[in-house]
Design a protein around this ligand. Structure first.
Ligand code: UDP
Length: 369
């Protein structure tokens, strides 16, 4: 019998990391009917991203509101998701990561006694407020998950520490699979974006995490401003997150600096093109910490904790938090050198791009039991 698998997501990173899994399962229509459900927690970003993989959402829940509070978005998604379960026969629910859509997707599925398959299971910073609320969400989701797809051995061990050792599979991170899912044509088009930029001296910066809003963002902006003034021949490209807490501050502090380029969020293939060509990346993003090692690019992580410690241990990333002196000194260390001397030539610790194939294999085994 064909199994109906509901894939619930709502944000850009989930769309990116679920796309390879959706595409893999869709190769087997005799086994799986994939129902793609976008809560639209981040409406534009999630829908736009899915298109690059040639995937359309079957169900859109239109849950996003301006300046949405956690409780509001949670209640909206929960209620609308229950309707999806009322209207469809679901045999399993797939969620990825640690957003509110993941929490609600897993919880509503659990309330309906439908197995939850959690992709990117076992990430832990061990500080319940960093990142907030994601650290708590991913730990809560692990409690009600049937199949745990962990990206790394550290993630497997983190689950074990919490007493979760059954149905835990180390598969790699699907973010690495996603890098290979974009067509050559799309990538060639995206590479054009950088035609007039000196790729030897390009710095990418992204900031969006809730815990970096406010005072920390002020410090980060000041550090970027001073770095841009110190390294006048370098270009600092910042795709600015649409959250007004981030956007307003960044434009206020950095828009007048000639070698700082502020853009709207970049389309995923364009972001990958920029990442591939960057000399240095400053970021608080989780996904970027995973992707950049595929292109040997050093990363300064604008956070005090990371659940992606593998990149730090392998020498790709350094935690600099929102510490002005650390950001300046670590960035200066790298920017003072020629780009070729800053590359980190090692394997990406987050996987080799086969995660979605392994996930499909384990799902096959689950349904054959
Ligand atoms: N990304 C993108 N455009 C941008 C910034 C990021 O497509 O302007 C991609 C990035 O390559 C990565 C994902 O979005 O795959 C990361 O999303 P984000 O930083 O919003 O969330 P996190 O990974 O921290 O949860």
């Amino acid at each position: 019998m064909v199994k109906n698998i509901l894939v619930v997501f709502g944000t850009r990173p989930e769309a990116i990391k679920l796309a390879p899994v959706i595409l893999e399962l869709k190769k087997y229509p005799n086994l799986y009917n994939v129902i793609v459900c976008n809560t639209e927690q981040q409406k534009e970003l999630s829908n736009q991203t899915l298109e690059f993989f040639d995937i359309q959402a079957d169900i859109k829940l239109d849950c996003m509101r301006e300046n949405q509070k956690l409780v509001d978005i949670q209640s909206r998604i929960m209620l609308k998701l229950q309707d999806v379960f009322n209207d469809n026969t679901i045999h399993a629910t797939i969620v990825q990561g640690d957003t509110m859509s993941v929490f609600c997707g897993a919880l509503v599925s659990f309330y309906n006694k439908i197995p939850v398959f959690h992709i990117e299971a076992g990430l832990r910073s061990n500080d319940i407020f960093e990142p907030f609320p994601e650290e708590a969400i991913r730990a809560m989701v692990s409690k009600i998950t049937t199949l745990h797809f962990a990206p790394t051995n550290d993630a497997v061990q983190a689950l074990k520490k919490e007493g979760i050792d059954k149905n835990v599979f180390m598969v790699g991170n699907t973010s690495i699979d996603a890098l290979a899912c974009l067509s050559d044509e799309i990538m060639q088009k995206s590479d054009k974006f950088l035609e007039n930029i000196d790729k030897e001296k390009l710095v990418l910066a992204t900031i969006h995490r809730r815990e970096n809003h406010g005072d920390r963002l002020e410090v980060i902006c000041k550090a970027i401003k001073d770095l841009a003034n110190k390294f006048k021949d370098h270009s600092f490209l910042i795709p600015v997150h649409p959250n007004p807490n981030v956007k307003n501050k960044i434009y206020e502090e950095l828009s007048s600096i000639s070698n700082v380029m502020l853009t709207n969020p970049l389309e995923y293939p364009m972001l990958i093109s920029v990442m591939k060509n960057s000399k240095l990346i400053l970021t608080d993003s989780g996904g970027i910490q995973e992707e950049a090692p595929s292109f040997n690019v050093p990363i300064l992580v604008l956070r005090y904790e990371t659940e992606r410690i593998e990149g730090v241990n392998a020498g790709f990333s350094k935690l600099v938090g929102a510490d002005y002196n650390k950001i300046i000194s670590e960035a200066t260390n790298i920017l003072d050198k020629h780009k070729k001397d800053t590359r980190i030539i090692k394997e990406n610790p987050y996987g080799s791009g086969n995660a979605s194939i392994y996930i499909k294999d384990y799902i096959d085994i689950f349904f054959k039991r």
